[in-house]
Design a protein around this ligand. Structure first.
Ligand SMILES: [Zn+2]
Length: 334
């Protein structure tokens, strides 16, 4: 709205208004004719929530795209400019953006910066001993916690653009209802895995909240952050678990190199146990934009169903809300 206002103040002719409206429409301006709220989010998952809740009122950009590892991502000068120019900067916090902490902190004096996880009760955050007193940042894999995050995003957008309150509230309510349906689907899906095989092994420890919420044991070669080396001892310890429990599959992640998982498969083979790669999970980054997995809901459905199938379960029919959402985002009927 800023340029619109200054043109009017300058008393320029009405053709300016026409031009301004045309520019706003071309640049994705809202249907109500205002300039959209510019939102910059660090991860795709946060940007997705902001897009759902903002609708046409917001122009949302994620700094990290498909396959990008947030633990290792460093803000470029271009990212810093984008954040400084935004009306709202949303980040995960809890040290997820481990190399961006300073850049985000510097933004706090220049624009509105919101840590979306600050809506989650501390008692609900995981604090695994191996992470030395820090909280586990991967909260998006407990869908009910992500519902709290969506509400925080809604409030942040209302704080930044109060005149859109009713629209933000309406869209957030619809999105939170979708997340509730998704939460139920994930729970039912994981419950179909035979109890003895309810163990998922991944490259890095992104699924702690998932395991806690949906009742599946989670083991990882690397710790909570990918910013650490997996040792041969860690690999051997996991091989032992996989062999002794006859676990049929392990999982690779789209944002983490697969070499440690390959080492596990090889280690099991040398002990006479065939373990296969049960598919690629989206852990710290969503899939390709324009595909169902390029949305938060699609990534969670993909993960839950891939895990269940690989470990001997059978995903049930998806709730209507979830199915409709996925087909709107390009999914074929299951
Ligand atoms: Zn991670």
């Amino acid at each position: 709205m800023m340029c619109d206002r200054s043109y009017r103040r300058a008393g320029w002719g009405s053709w300016w208004s026409v031009l301004v409206v045309a520019v706003l429409v071309l640049s994705g301006g809202g249907a109500w004719g205002g300039e959209p709220l510019r939102v910059v989010a660090t991860t795709g998952m946060i940007a997705d929530a902001a897009r759902e809740i903002g609708g046409p009122r917001a122009r949302v950009e994620a700094l990290m795209g498909e396959g990008v590892d947030p633990h290792l991502y460093k803000a470029s000068p271009r990212d810093v400019r984008k954040m400084a120019d935004a009306g709202l900067v949303l980040h995960n916090g809890l040290h997820l953006e481990g190399k961006m902490g300073e850049a985000i902190e510097r933004m706090a004096g220049r624009t509105r910066v919101v840590r979306v996880t600050d809506s989650i009760d501390e008692g609900q955050l995981r604090r695994p001993p191996e992470f030395e007193g820090q909280y586990d940042p991967h909260v998006w894999f407990d869908v009910s916690l992500w519902g709290r995050v969506a509400e925080r995003v809604r409030d942040a957008m209302i704080e930044a653009d109060g005149s859109g309150r009713a629209e933000y509230e309406q869209r957030a309510a619809a999105y939170v209802a979708l997340l509730a349906a998704l939460d139920g689907h994930v729970r039912e899906t994981i419950a179909t895995i035979p109890a003895s095989q309810r163990l998922m092994v991944t490259a890095h420890d992104a699924f702690g909240y998932f395991g806690r919420a949906y009742g599946i044991e989670v083991r990882a070669i690397q710790g909570i952050s990918t910013d650490s080396e997996a040792s041969l001892r860690d690999v051997n310890a996991l091989v032992e678990v996989l062999v002794s429990r006859r676990v049929p599959a392990v999982f690779i992640e789209s944002s983490v190199p697969r070499k440690t998982i390959d080492a596990l498969v090889e280690g099991c083979r040398s002990r006479g146990h065939e373990v296969r790669v049960g598919g690629e999970l989206f852990s710290d980054a969503m899939g390709k934009s324009g595909t169902p997995e390029g949305t938060y809901v699609g990534m969670v459905v993909h993960n839950a169903e891939a895990i269940a199938r690989a470990l001997g379960g059978l995903p049930p029919a998806r709730p209507a809300l979830v199915e409709e959402y996925l087909s709107k985002h390009g999914a074929k009927a299951p």
